[in-house]
Write a protein that binds this ligand. Structure first.
Ligand code: R5P
Length: 263
């Protein structure tokens, strides 16, 4: 693999543990000012010390993250749809030139396997990889799931493998039963999305199960920033990902830090 790609990936997946806690705050690209991200700067700032990278759009990056912050950026470069339209009909929104200008560690794009726009999104991924590779920039493929699509290992395994076959350097998907197989057959590092907000204890279990099944970490959003105590939550997730802390211990950590946050 190209030196630049390896070096950028090492900014995201920490070589010391081989794991990563990515903080996803890109939801506004189709959800608008979603709960917890109404004023992104306010949400992001206290979480920065505990995130290994930030996944976001250029709009949030420019307006809400201080350029002096040394955090690696995973730039979402697909979009063009909203929650009111057909979500799978995404295209590429941001050029590689812009990604370079913003000094990103990786670019990210969603693929919609099994949707009306399967072919376009897969070819967009291939085009993005062809171009990003020219400049040593890794590509994170996000296996998006529509309402009508299942989230079982057969379907997610299909999406992840196709992304890897097209050349994605990392894949983000959802945790499911039989996740070990999904990870093994993906060929490149896998991170999980957290999905909709669930109770903290359940989200910690999810993170634990994912890394124990071979994921290199999480790219979590709502289960961190929609938590009542986001800092406590990301710190507990971090302990699971980087220290293999058991979920019950991590929940105790969450409770004790959130107690301190309350004081
Ligand atoms: C969705 O397409 C976005 O890429 C989100 O970043 C992703 O779903 C992860 O966020 P969450 O943990 O909230 O699902």
């Amino acid at each position: 693999m190209d030196w630049g790609i390896k070096n950028r990936l090492a900014k995201i997946i920490k070589p010391k543990t081989g794991r990563t806690v990515m903080l996803a705050v890109d939801h506004g690209y189709f959800l608008g000012p979603t709960s917890g991200l109404e004023v992104p700067a306010r949400t992001i700032e206290p979480l920065l010390p505990y995130a290994d990278s930030l996944m976001l759009t250029r709009g949030v990056l420019r307006t809400s993250v201080n350029a002096n912050t040394p955090i690696p950026i995973v730039l979402r470069v697909s979009g063009g749809t909203s929650i009111l339209g057909n979500l799978s009909n995404e295209g590429i929104t941001t050029t590689i030139k812009e990604a370079i200008r913003l000094n990103v560690a990786a670019v990210a794009l969603s693929i919609f396997v099994g949707s009306d726009h399967e072919k376009e999104t897969l070819l967009s991924l291939a085009d993005l990889i062809n171009e990003a590779q020219e400049y040593g920039i890794p590509v994170l493929a996000v296996t998006a799931v529509g309402k009508e699509m299942s989230r079982d290992s057969r379907y997610l395994g299909l999406c992840c493998r196709i992304a890897a076959e097209l050349g994605a350097h990392m894949v983000k998907t959802y945790y499911c039963d039989g996740f070990e197989k999904v990870v093994e057959q993906c060929l490149v590092p896998v991170v999980i999305a957290g999905g909709k907000k669930i109770p903290e204890r359940d989200a910690l279990n999810l993170a634990f199960n994912a890394v124990q099944s071979g994921a290199v970490g999480v790219d979590m959003g709502r289960n961190v920033f929609q938590s009542e105590y986001p800092v406590a939550m990301i710190r507990a997730v971090r302990a699971i990902v980087h220290e293999n802390m058991a979920p019950e211990e991590a929940y105790k950590l969450y409770s004790s830090i959130s107690g301190d946050e309350q004081k």
